[in-house]
Design a binder for this molecule. Sequence first.
Ligand SMILES: *Cc1c(COP(=O)(O)O)cnc(C)c1O
Length: 398
Amino acid sequence: MPTGACSTVWGSASPVNATDLESWLRQRRAQGLYRHREVVEGPQGAAVVVEGRRLVNFCSNDYLGLANHPDVVLAWQRGAERYGVGSGASHLICGHLRPHHQLEEELAEFTGRERALLFSTGYQANLGVISALTEPGDRVYQDRLNHASLLDGARLAGARLRRYPHGDTAILARWLARHPAALIATDGVFSMDGDLAPLPRLAELAKAHGAWLYVDDAHGFGVLGPDGSGTVAHYRLDQEQVPVLMATLGKAVGVFGAFVAGSQVLIETLIQKARTYVYTTALPPAAAEAVRASLGLIRRQSWRREYLKHLIERFRQGARELNLPLLPSATPVQPLVVGDSQAAVALARKLREQGFWVAPIRPPTVPPGSARLRITLTADHREEQVERLLTALTRCLA
Ligand SMILES: *Cc1c(COP(=O)(O)O)cnc(C)c1O
């Protein structure tokens, strides 16, 4: 890892021994930046049980409510019966099983790309693809609000990474005119803001300057586009306009894993060169079977997307009436900006006392001074739960 990577990722100097670690942890607690896990009893869903209490869950990325869908669970069970639980090796040795291959073909067809390649996680895909498509020292331009894994991907590749102001294609155009880049990377839907990248303009710029355009659609895939195939479908951009499309399978798809879709040549190159593809164990085949079932539901049950859209509109209309400081987002990610980290944590705690689970998101996940509640809506929510959240928010902010 390049020196300084820790300080950028953690927002503070990297600790070097146990005493330093303790004081670093203390400092982090004092800044309201301390993170801890909650143990959830039972499956994901609109309601979950934490510490013996039932909470309405507004922080999951299971946007379509598929993580515990009986058909998807059954596909996983049958997959395990037929193919066992482990894939046994990496894809290139002997771990590429029939369900993986079928899933890749279905993903290529669904996204309208020549080929698709499964990765075990989205984080790995972003690390592997950027390294495979660039040489050390190449310029890589990224949106300032891109997901951490895209930034880390550029760092690992040894690229000259520059981050343009969020969505600012005018500045990007100026940079490209001066110094062409090997690759431009952007989230499709920004994970902490919920807004969409200006993909049509990015596609024009990438094409004009001979750069790869890499779109990470972790939060758009399954949710956006007429068929659910994501932000690129929403904008009707084909493989030539967005040559590298990545999406994850653990969010709206409700399972686990990720894929990259694009041309035959791109995928063959990644199979040879992407180290996070070559040197890791393939996903469990049963997971691939579960994803296949989930994709079937995404394609057949457009009501999930339509109902989710209705809930989003209902929430935003209510928030407008109550003057809540929402960011402009038309996706299931609805951020309410608080500013101060401790205030965001305190607000989340108050909501929790009223039975609502909402995640406070703090720096360095978001820029300093923009701590927020990241409210996520899913097709599992009932309208009445969204209305009760609005009431609780008004009470807690009063
Ligand atoms: C979640 C996420 C990832 C990482 O995907 P995993 O499969 O969870 O590793 C990458 N990019 C974005 C934008 C994400 O939100």
